[in-house]
Design a protein around this ligand. Structure first.
Ligand SMILES: Cc1ncc(COP(=O)(O)O)c(C=O)c1O
Length: 403
């Protein structure tokens, strides 16, 4: 099983390429939770996520002959970029198989780090099959994203940094996809500070570790669905799972809405951009996903910042809805001059700002002499939104809130 010495040995191998990422105390999240929250900002790692740590350690520990033959992997996301840059910096040739529909931005980024990208298959599974063919045909080494001791050891260097940067830490919170990251961090931490809790977080729609811990063996989900694409993994790896069973104190889940809220708050309050998987650890703290004491020193690991800009727009909107700062309502008005004015007057009196308004007369769902009105509003928070809705309803408007 993965050892502390493997992680300590990885550290000097990575030092020339990998950044020791910042640890920032957060006044906002400490005040919000009553804990002492410091953020491990691994989203500022090179390539935008921690993945370069494990990939580089794996590539640097290959024999000279293996390095000369090159490496291959399959990935639709952060691992692709991590392997590409790690290989380039180690002077090793890398082929990365990405699904045909991988976001253009990720394909471009992987190429820009020096990887040779092969687009193949409709999903990750098909890309992986092709990568294994290339492994056999070209005698390359397959760099697994998580189920590999050297990869886990590389990711574990984050654990060493956390202990040095925040010696008073009580609890470290880590996202789980395939489990390589948490296996490394938990090993680094428990070997020297068994008193420090390690909490794992999965997305509700991809919670195979919860199933696996219940059954005592690795369980796989038929499908996964979450905004946190970095951890949308069908099953945890065998090696990481063995470590999780022994060294992780608790595994909890968060919903996509909770992830969106944490991501939006990080942007607004900490000026920090993370991807969905990078927000899950903080989401678990904000939502009391696990029990903690007043004043407990908690370090959520924000492990990546590679988010698609279109996804970001949607996530921010969902986060604003959660915060009660964006309200979408619908009501039906009689279709005569002045009917809309009455409604708008109340909205203006209540100091809500109209972003968008849509008037619809042709829907078969409403009477011929009615008009359906949808309004997107900026409100000041949940209380203000509730107050506005109550006032509109008291004034006789049957208002529905659209999710
Ligand atoms: C940003 C981010 N966070 C967390 C994870 C989870 O890492 P692991 O698969 O090692 O559990 C990933 C995996 O790709 C990721 O990209």
């Amino acid at each position: 099983m993965l050892s502390l010495s493997a992680i300590e040995a990885a550290r000097p191998r990575l030092s020339e390429v990998v950044r020791c990422t910042p640890m920032e105390y957060s006044h906002t999240f400490s005040a919000r939770t009553g804990a002492e929250v410091s953020l491990k900002l691994e989203n500022f790692q090179r390539t935008g996520s921690f993945k370069i740590r494990g990939a580089l350690n794996r590539i640097m520990t290959l024999s000279a002959a293996e390095q000369a033959a090159g490496v291959v992997t399959a990935s639709a996301g952060n691992h692709a970029q991590g392997v590409a840059l790690a290989a380039t910096r180690a002077g090793v040739d890398a082929t990365i198989v990405m699904p045909e529909h991988a976001p253009i931005s990720k394909v471009k980024a992987t190429r820009s780090y020096g990887g040779r990208v092969v687009l193949h298959g409709v999903d990750y599974e098909e890309a992986q099959t092709r990568a294994h063919e290339i492994e056999r045909d070209e005698d390359r080494t397959y760099v697994h994203a998580f189920d590999d001791e050297a990869v886990m050891a590389g990711q574990g260097t984050i654990g060493l940094e956390i202990l040095e940067q925040c010696p008073a830490v009580d609890t470290v919170v880590v996202p789980i996809g395939g489990g390589g990251l948490i296996a490394g961090i938990a090993t680094a931490i428990k070997a020297t500070r068994p008193d420090v809790r390690v909490i794992g977080v999965q997305a509700e729609g991809a919670a195979s570790v919860i199933d696996s811990l219940e059954q005592g063996t690795v369980q796989s989900r038929d499908s996964v669905k979450t905004v946190a694409d970095g951890i949308a993994t069908r099953s945890v790896g065998e090696r990481p799972f063995a470590v999780i069973q022994q060294r992780v104190d608790e595994v909890v889940t968060v919903s996509d809405e909770e992830i969106a809220l944490a991501l939006t708050l990080l942007l607004e309050r900490s000026k920090t951009l993370v991807e969905g998987a990078g927000a899950v650890a903080l989401a678990a703290v904000l939502e009391d996903g696990f029990a903690y004491d007043e004043g407990e020193v908690i370090v959520p690991a924000l492990c990546g910042g590679n988010i698609d800009m279109n996804v970001l727009t949607t996530v921010i909107l969902r986060g604003m809805v959660q915060l009660g700062r964006y309200l979408k309502i619908r009501t039906v008005l009689p279709d005569h001059p002045g009917a809309l004015e009455g409604l708008i007057e109340i909205i203006a009196e209540k100091q809500a700002n109209i972003y968008e308004i849509h008037h619809e007369r042709t829907s078969r769902k409403i009477g011929m002499s009615d008009t359906s009105v949808e309004i997107d509003l900026e409100t000041h928070g949940r209380d203000h939104a509730e107050e506005l809705l109550a006032t509109l309803r008291e004034a006789g408007y049957a208002v529905d809130v659209l999710e």
